[in-house]
Design a protein around this ligand. Structure first.
Ligand code: AGP
Length: 631
């Protein structure tokens, strides 16, 4: 949660930083601000509300200067007001700080600083950081020593955080600190040379300089940076116009390791779509095709190296949150059916606070689109502390979860910017199916006929996804016209479509703010059926699978109580159509285990269409953030 950016270079820092924040706003978007250093002064611009408020403020009151830090906020401590916006500055006006994470002992530090005469300007936990650094820099053994002051301040801070600091008297210099929250350094072009005209600033320069950037995520470094270095936990970086210096918190110098950035700036723009969510839904055929391309060679399954002998695994624990947890539920079905092993699906925030049993042949699979979800990361660390091997199934392969796992299964879905997970979900489900095949093969349980059937079925998926997206659109729009004002919606599914029901409900809740719940349809009669009325749309997910007849009985029960039925099923299914007010047509997967990938598609579009009719911002729904890096 919260996004951090920093810039040192020939361009105007304010305009570079506003674009960087635009790329980070999926991490939080309730207020934003930046600080630019110019002529020995720190200049601030901050605005409550969406980023466009800050952008408007800056175009009305631009800032001179080529070195700055910026922040987009997801409020934890203190309402999203201008006073609580980052950057925060110390009382003496010496340092400015932007911060991501939580300072757990902030109350204690605040009281201590107040007792020493500091007057706080905000309600945030963050403000203790600049106040503390400012004091340490102004007097005592670390007076005038930026690095020393930072290290002394860090020693006083509890919690998990990343922050960036400007010192008023240190031009072209940004310090950055990481403990638990991600932070990346970007390296751009060199510019200027002795006595030559700088092509960008058109000034005569004295020495070659380098454009340097800082961000919570790669997209915010684009298009300026060509290389990236990931800060590790417990490191401090000093960015200057000559490059970067790194140290551990203990003061030991570390060599910065830069890698070429492979992501392009186009991958993080909306293109011709109205929203990232619409673009990401439409990308699903290509995403699944790319994943299959990486995992299939001709008629064979390519088995990625996961650093673990899968044939010895007899117990798998999936750790995940939100949409990733729904994918995990399908992963359990795949592994049980194909590899016949015992599987648990655990919500990360629950697992981390239990004392889970670690048996010899257990494997933990941490599923996370972002690879930064704090609870899933904590679960991973708990498992590793118990010597349980962990595979990270992530979209962001450079994420903390990827780096701390024994093995990584990448989703290859490309950047997912919309807060609602769509393409990453279907990629997770397919990746889990392929993983289950890999485990089954390692255990000698996959006959070559079964492998061929699985491969042929998987290969056909991208085309079926494309067809389903095309054919469902009209029916989805009609139903959204009718039900967008409904107060609540219920989603029912059985077997593999139970996770689809949960995921369909989550999409509608998070982007359209409609109260929605998903149930295993067999549970409906045990209480929730009391909700049925002529005003309640009930979405029944009813493909031609082994639970089909049972689902039809559920539809009958809803119809008998005058409920309104939206069904998800085959276009040719007249019996289903006759029982439904609306039918969202889907294609039929060759392999039933893969059907949920098709069934969720019209429900993603339905949530989107309802959200549009309710004037909701689908990419930045209220109260949410894409990457949940706090507890
Ligand atoms: C998905 O639509 C949600 N916004 C959310 O539930 C998300 O899936 C959850 O926060 C987990 O994120 P992760 O996959 O990045 O770990």
């Amino acid at each position: 949660m919260c996004g951090i950016a920093g810039y040192i270079g020939p361009k105007g820092a304010d305009s570079v930083l506003v674009v960087a924040l635009e790329r980070l706003k999926y991490r939080g978007y309730d207020s934003a601000g930046l600080a630019v250093l110019n002529d020995g002064e720190i200049h601030l611009r901050r605005a409550a509300g969406k980023l466009k408020n800050l952008a408007e403020l800056i175009s009305a009151q631009p800032l001179e200067g080529h070195c700055g830090i910026a922040h987009t906020r997801w409020a934890t401590h203190g309402a999203p007001t201008e006073a609580n916006c980052h950057p925060h500055v110390d009382q003496g006006g010496t340092v400015a700080v932007v911060h991501n994470g939580i300072i757990e002992n902030h109350e204690h530090l605040r009281r201590e600083l107040q007792a020493g005469g500091v007057v706080f300007q905000s309600e945030t936990d963050t403000e203790v950081i600049p106040q503390l650094i400012g004091q340490l820099y102004a007097a005592g053994p670390t007076k005038g020593d930026a690095l020393g002051s930072l290290r002394a301040a860090i020693a006083r801070l509890d919690g998990s955080f990343a922050f960036a600091v400007l010192f008023v008297d240190l031009p072209n210099r940004i310090f950055a600190v990481r403990k638990g929250s991600p932070l990346l350094i970007g390296m751009g072009k060199t510019y200027g040379a002795d006595g030559q005209i700088d092509p960008v600033t058109e000034r005569v320069t004295k020495h070659r300089r380098r454009e340097m950037l800082l961000a919570s995520d790669v997209p915010a470094l684009l298009p300026h940076a060509t290389k990236v270095c990931y800060l590790d936990d417990g490191q401090i970086a000093e960015l200057t116009d000559q490059g970067v210096n790194l140290w551990t918190f203990g003061g030991v110098p570390v060599e910065a390791q830069f890698k070429v950035i492979e992501m392009t700036a186009e991958a993080v723009t909306k293109g011709s779509f109205d929203s990232f969510m619409a673009k990401e839904i439409a990308e699903q055929p290509a995403v699944l095709a790319r994943l299959l391309e990486s995992r299939l060679r001709g008629g064979d399954l390519v088995e990625p190296e996961v650093g673990i002998d899968l044939k010895t695994v007899s117990h798998v624990v999936f750790l995940a949150a939100g949409t990733s947890w729904h994918a995990a539920m399908l992963g359990k079905r795949f592994l049980e059916q194909l590899a016949r092993i015992h599987v648990e699906v655990d919500i990360s925030s629950e697992y981390r606070y239990r004392n889970p049993v670690a048996s010899g042949n257990t494997l933990v699979v941490a599923i996370s689109q972002s690879g930064e979800t704090a609870d899933t990361l904590a679960g991973l660390r708990l498992a590793r502390a118990k010597f349980i091997p962990v595979i990270g199934l992530v979209n962001v392969v450079t994420s903390t979860i990827a780096r701390e796992s024994n093995g990584v299964l990448p989703l290859l879905a490309g950047p997912e910017i919309g807060v609602a997970s769509t393409k990453a979900y279907t990629a997770q489900v397919l990746a889990l199916y392929l993983f289950a095949l890999q485990v089954a093969k390692a255990k000698g349980l996959l006959s070559s006929a079964a492998e061929q059937h699985a491969i042929v079925s998987a290969r056909g998926l991208p085309e079926l996804v494309a067809r389903t997206l095309r054919q469902a659109e009209e029916a989805v729009g009609e139903a959204a016209d009718i039900f967008s004002s409904a107060q609540a919606t219920v989603f029912l599914g059985r077997g593999g479509e139970h996770p689809t029901a949960l995921e369909g409900a989550l999409k509608l809740k998070e982007i359209a703010y409609v109260h929605a719940v998903g149930y295993p349809a067999g549970e409906f009669k045990h209480g929730p059926i009391a909700l049925v009325s002529p005003h309640l749309p009930v979405v029944c997910i009813c493909p031609h699978d082994q639970m089909y007849e049972k689902m039809l009985s559920n539809l009958q029960e809803v119809r008998a109580r005058a409920g309104r039925i939206i069904s998800v099923g085959l276009a040719s299914d007249q019996a289903l159509r006759d029982l439904s007010d609306h039918l969202f047509p889907i294609e039929s997967a060759t392999e039933e285990l893969l059907q949920p990938i098709l069934s969720i598609l019209p429900l993603q579009r339905y949530a989107y269409q309802v959200a549009m009719r309710r004037d909701c911002d689908v990419d930045q729904p209220r109260n949410l953030a894409k990457s949940v890096t706090v507890e």
